[in-house]
Structures are given as structure tokens and as C-alpha cells.
Design a protein around this ligand. Structure first.
Ligand code: PA5
Length: 405
């Protein structure tokens, strides 16, 4: 049985009539995207093609097999180059993967000397594979971390994999030094790269079932490309966000291991929509942690937020109590009842929200979630009349840093 993600919008407090009205604006874009599929990697929607790229999968499988004995993976990259991998590794293997599993993954992104020294301490004298990932090949933090790791850990070049754009400065350096190079297709931008070699290779090394991720993404993609708006949930979600005009969008996950998925989404929304004086500020909440922190503000503060609750139907494991103090004895049920109570309070206060129900935290379910959110973002950008694929402000800071360092 397919584990379909469910999207509910009955508490969005938006009438279907208005959704359909706005939906008309999205129909030409939906046709354009459908049409773009035949141009493979040659349009802005290139990220959809990597799901169909069999050569890519074969290449990743071959390289994973070659390095199957590796127990420690170090990813050097920042922003779109590592957020998807962090999100999925934590969601699937758990936030505490490195404490409990044999295969461990570490991430070096910013140039914080204390953090990098800790990573160096952990990895000293261990067999590691380093995957440096940078689309531009010039991001200061990434290049600096790479140089430091080479200096301090003396990695054999057999265990260095460089993921970058064809022809970037790093690409040429890697070729010269005979490192293995994985090319990022030119038209796939950082925040849309989770189903490309950027994330698929490190996830595959970590024994994550990348084919299942892709299946989930492809299955939901068909629905996200439906020109009949009322059946297109990504379009509906975008329209609701647009019509609500709330400055803050809270993705409220009732699962600890999904916090970094929220961070992945934060980049997607912030960089895709935040431009030309427009934008929606994404925030991430964790149930039930943030009920003891943000909830007071959410319920009783300014009515400036729209919320999506993300609920997991089946957890990977269970904790059961013997206690007589609780009617409900299973932890998964307690958490989901807490979520239910929160939704009731939102309803009582007339606070608008939508819901996403993931059947579990499998690759298939997460593939659906990621793809849904990428479509939702592109549709929202269309409604807000901004380009979802550029990030001029990020480039601005990069230029300034280069002058200073
Ligand atoms: O979305 C983006 O394009 C950026 O946030 C990049 O992902 C980030 O700046 C890292 O860039 P690069 O992969 O070129 O090192």
C-alpha cells in the first residue's frame, strides 16, 4: 500500500471559491512546468529531471559500492549544499545517529574554529571520506573548511569527492589533483538540489534508500502538476499562504528528528520569496518543545502567523508505560494527542492552519514532503511575482566577504 502524504486545509479559514480564483493564475505556470520536463536539465525546472536520471543513480550506486566500508563521512558545504542532507539524514537515521549507528556523518559549514576543532578531534586517525560540496566552487566558508581539513587530517585523495559545477574553479583544481568529481547540473540551484548528486550521494553512503526518496517525490509530483487546482495540493497550500498575507509562516513539526527538515524549508522559502521588498518569514517549531516556549506568543500574541502542523502517523519505535497515571500509555499516542489538543486551541482562537500528515518518516514519505514544498514555493513565488530561483542578496554578501578576506 502506498504511504500517501495527506494535506488538510479545512482550518485555513479560506473559502474554496477564492482558492479557485487565484488558481487560474497558476494554470499557465503548471503547463509550462509540465512542458519543461522534456527539456531535461535545460530549464529552470532541471531539479525535476534528476528524479528521472538513471545514469545519475548508476553513478551514485557505483561510487557508494566503492566506499561501502567507510564509517565516517564528512560533508563540507553550506546552505543548499548541505541543508537537504542534514535534514534527511536526521529525519531518517535520527538526530542521534552518530551516537548509536556505525556509519556516522559530520557537517562542517561555518568557519567556527571551536566547532571545526571538535570535528577534527573526533575524526583524527579515523578512516573518513570527505565530500566537499559547493555549486559555485568559491564559497569562502566551504573552501576554508576544506583547506583546514586537508591540513589537519591529511586525507588520502582516494577519499576526497568534490561535488561542484562543471568548469568551476574548484572543478579544475579537483581534476588537477585527481580527486573524484561529481558534477552538479548547471540549472539546479542550491536550495532545489536535494534530489541531485548534492544530497543523493552522501545519503546513499549513509545507507539511505535514495530510490525510495525519488519514488515518493515522483508520486507526489504528478499531483503537484495537476492543472485542476482543487486536486493540486501544493498549489492550494501556496494560494492559502498568499491569501492569508501573514508575515510569518510557522512549520510546526510534531517530531524531534524533523527539526532540520524545518531548517531546509526555511532556506527554501526565505531565499525563494524574500526579494524586492517582499517575503514571508519562515519559522520552525517543534512539538511539544515549543509549546513551552513559543506557544504563548502564537496563541495570545499578535495574529501575524500562519501555521502548518506536520504530524507523523507511525513512528519507527514505541515507548509504553505501565503507569496508572495515564489513560494513554504509548508515547506516540501521547505526542499525537498533544498535537490534537494544540489544534483544538488554535480552532478555539480562530487561528488559521493547515496540516500535513506523513504516514511515517520513511524515505518515501520524506520524498513526498520535500517535493511538495518545492512546488508550493514555486507557486507562491508566481503569486507574489518574484523569481524563485535567484538569491541576489546572498551573492552580494559573498562578494563583500571576498574583498575582505
Ligand atoms: O541557495 C543558494 O544558492 C545558496 O544558499 C547556496 O546554496 C549557498 O550559498 C552555498 O553555495 P555554494 O553551493 O555555491 O557553495
Amino acid at each position: 500500500m502506498k504511504k500517501e502524504m495527506i494535506f488538510k486545509f479545512d482550518n485555513s479559514l479560506i473559502n474554496k471559491k477564492y482558492i479557485l480564483q487565484q488558481g487560474r493564475k497558476l494554470v499557465p505556470l503548471i503547463s509550462e512546468i509540465n512542458n519543461s520536463l522534456k527539456y531535461e536539465y535545460n530549464t529552470n525546472y532541471a531539479f525535476l529531471h534528476s528524479l528521472l536520471d538513471k545514469t545519475l543513480l548508476q553513478k551514485i550506486e557505483k561510487l557508494t559500492k566503492k566506499h561501502k566500508k567507510i564509517k565516517n563521512i564528512l560533508i563540507i558545504g553550506i546552505g543548499g549544499s548541505n541543508l537537504g542532507t542534514i535534514a534527511l539524514s536526521e529525519a531518517i537515521k535520527g538526530k542521534l545517529n552518530n551516537q548509536i549507528n556505525n556509519k556516522k556523518i559530520y557537517f562542517a559549514d561555518t568557519t567556527d574554529p571551536d566547532y571545526l576543532n571538535s570535528i577534527i578531534k573526533i575524526l583524527k586517525n579515523k578512516s573518513i571520506l570527505v565530500n566537499i560540496i559547493t555549486k559555485s566552487g568559491t564559497t569562502i566558508e566551504t573552501i576554508a573548511n576544506f583547506e583546514a581539513i586537508i591540513k589537519y587530517l591529511k586525507i588520502n585523495k582516494k577519499y576526497i569527492i568534490v561535488t561542484t559545477d562543471y568548469n568551476s574553479t574548484l572543478y579544475h583544481l579537483a581534476k588537477k589533483k585527481k580527486f573524484t568529481v561529481l558534477e552538479i547540473p548547471k540549472n539546479i540551484g542550491g536550495r532545489y538540489s536535494v534530489f541531485s548528486v548534492v544530497s543523493l550521494f552522501p545519503l546513499s553512503l549513509l545507507d539511505i534508500k535514495i530510490k525510495e526518496l525519488i519514488n515518493g517525490a515522483l508520486d507526489i509530483q504528478r499531483k503537484c502538476l495537476n492543472g485542476n487546482i482543487i486536486k493540486n495540493q501544493a498549489a492550494i497550500s501556496a494560494i492559502i499562504l498568499f491569501l492569508k498575507r501573514k508575515p510569518i509562516y510557522d512549520n510546526f513539526f510534531f517530531s524531534n528528528d524533523l527539526e532540520s527538515l524545518g531548517k531546509w524549508y526555511k532556506q527554501l522559502l526565505a531565499e525563494s520569496i524574500g526579494k524586492n521588498g517582499k517575503g514571508i518569514t519562515p519559522i520552525v517549531s517543534i512539538g511539544s518543545t515549543d509549546l513551552h516556549s513559543m506557544y504563548q506568543l502564537n496563541l495570545d500574541g499578535p495574529r501575524d502567523k500562519f501555521t502548518t502542523f506536520i504530524i507523523i502517523n507511525r513512528f519507527n519505535s514505541e515507548i509504553t508505560m505501565n503507569s496508572k497515571n495515564f489513560k494513554t500509555k504509548k508515547f506516540s499516542l501521547i505526542l499525537n494527542k498533544i498535537a490534537k489538543a494544540v489544534k483544538l486551541t488554535y480552532k478555539k482562537k480562530n487561528l488559521p492552519f493547515t496540516e500535513i500528515i506523513l504516514q511515517d518518516k520513511s524515505e518515501y514519505s520524506l520524498g513526498q514532503f520535500l517535493q511538495f514544498k518545492m512546488f508550493e514555493t514555486i507557486y507562491l513565488a508566481k503569486l507574489m511575482n518574484v523569481n524563485p530561483f535567484d538569491q541576489p542578496a546572498v551573492e552580494l554578501y559573498k562578494e563583500e566577504v571576498k574583498k575582505l578576506i
